[in-house]
Design a protein around this ligand. Structure first.
Ligand code: 5GP
Ligand code: ZN
Length: 113
């Protein structure tokens, strides 16, 4: 999709720090790290948000989350991990390519989140 930042990341037009990749799914560090290891998981197929994502695409993205969560756990050793997925501007969505936030949590991050 022409004006989509995440499609540009997928095309390599915008650099990103890769965490995971396969045929259908890409995960990379969020540019503004709310906590260390803050990661976004996206489908390679452009879809705006949960409302217009077909279940096959959703299944692929969500199915990879446990594996990616474990990779984050191993690398960053957080005390916990939040999943967050915003749909629509009102709900805080700012990039309109479906994505799941994986937010590692640490002892002293209470004020930063
Ligand atoms: P949303 O607010 O839509 O749920 O989340 C969008 C996220 O994308 C934000 O946390 C924002 O920091 C991240 N983001 C926006 N532009 C870029 C970019 O160019 N590169 C990376 N890695 N993350 C981005
Ligand atoms: Zn896109």
């Amino acid at each position: 999709m022409a004006d989509c930042i995440f499609c540009k990341i997928l095309d390599g037009e915008i650099p990103s720090a890769k965490i995971y990749e396969d045929e259908d799914v890409y995960a990379f560090l969020d540019i503004s790290q709310v906590t260390k290891g803050h990661t976004l998981v996206i489908p390679k197929q452009h879809t705006e948000n949960i409302y217009n994502t077909d279940s096959e695409v959703a299944q692929k993205v969500f199915a990879r989350v446990p594996q990616i969560a474990n990779a984050i756990k191993q690398t960053y050793q957080p005390k916990g991990l939040n999943l967050l997925q915003n749909n629509g501007e009102f709900a805080g969505q700012s990039v309109f390519h479906l994505h799941i936030h994986l937010l590692p949590r640490y002892d002293k991050d209470k004020d930063g989140f």
